[in-house]
Design a protein. Structure first.
Length: 240
């Protein structure tokens, strides 16, 4: 998690520094700019303060999303194969052999199986309670930091709207100072307002896609955990 956050933070700083280098080129004709240059130019025009905060929310949100995706992919297990391996190990070597299979298998399902097998000597009811209790612990690990990602999804458009309000205030200040309501007077403030809104919404959309993928991944793993836990309890009842 720290390595991913550091990498994305460095990328964000590089983006900001390269954007500052383009500040002197704001007079460049739009047709001559590449998409990357146009993006940096609009970022500068939106104002470094609010646009910088929106960029930080994107970096932190992506760091959490990437860390969760990696963790969840590593936590995905072929539960049917694991159940079969545990059953074969119990038939050939007993509970200790089955526990060894769980120790050598990655993922929350194998950890839950191990806890249930470890309580087998105390009876099936104790093993079932251990499976249920440890299943709740594993669910907490799967959902770790997801609430922060949800926060950044809500925060990004709110920051963009705040920039919109400040941009409109700037436009009215310009009208007050100039004593004129011509388009040239208010164009700058309105452009800042619209740019901050657009960037905030873009960040929220990007993070929302990752969030929905992560939630669906967690739901799939939890369903597999519940199904595998039922199969384990049935197996323990038969062996008892």
């Amino acid at each position: 998690m720290k390595k991913v956050s550091t990498t994305l933070a460095v990328a964000g700083l590089l983006f900001l520094s390269s954007a500052q280098s383009m500040y002197a080129q704001t007079e460049t004709v739009a047709e001559d700019l590449t998409f990357h240059q146009e993006l940096k130019l609009r970022f500068i025009e939106g104002g470094p303060f609010f646009m910088g905060i929106v960029l930080v929310t994107l970096i932190l949100g992506l760091a959490i999303a990437i860390e969760r995706i990696i963790y969840l992919n590593m936590a995905t297990t072929n539960t049917d194969k694991l159940v079969n391996n545990v059953e074969e190990a119990m038939n050939s070597g007993g509970v200790e052999a089955a526990k060894e299979v769980c120790r050598n298998t990655k993922g929350p399902v194998a950890s839950i199986f191990y806890q249930g097998l470890d309580r087998m000597d105390e009876g099936v009811d104790a093993a079932e309670k251990a499976v249920v209790s440890y299943g709740g612990v594993q669910m907490g690990l799967l959902e770790k930091n997801v609430s922060w990602l949800s926060l950044f999804i809500s925060l990004a458009p709110m920051l963009g709207f705040m920039g919109t309000v400040i941009g409109m205030i700037s436009a009215f200040d310009s009208i007050e100072q100039a004593g004129d309501i011509s388009p040239a007077v208010v164009a700058g403030g309105i452009k800042v307002a619209l740019l901050t809104t657009v960037f905030g919404l873009v960040v929220a959309i990007i993070l929302q896609i990752f969030y929905n993928y992560i939630i669906s991944k967690i739901d799939g793993i939890v369903n597999s955990m519940e199904d595998a836990s039922i199969k384990l309890v049935d197996l323990l009842i038969r062996k008892k």
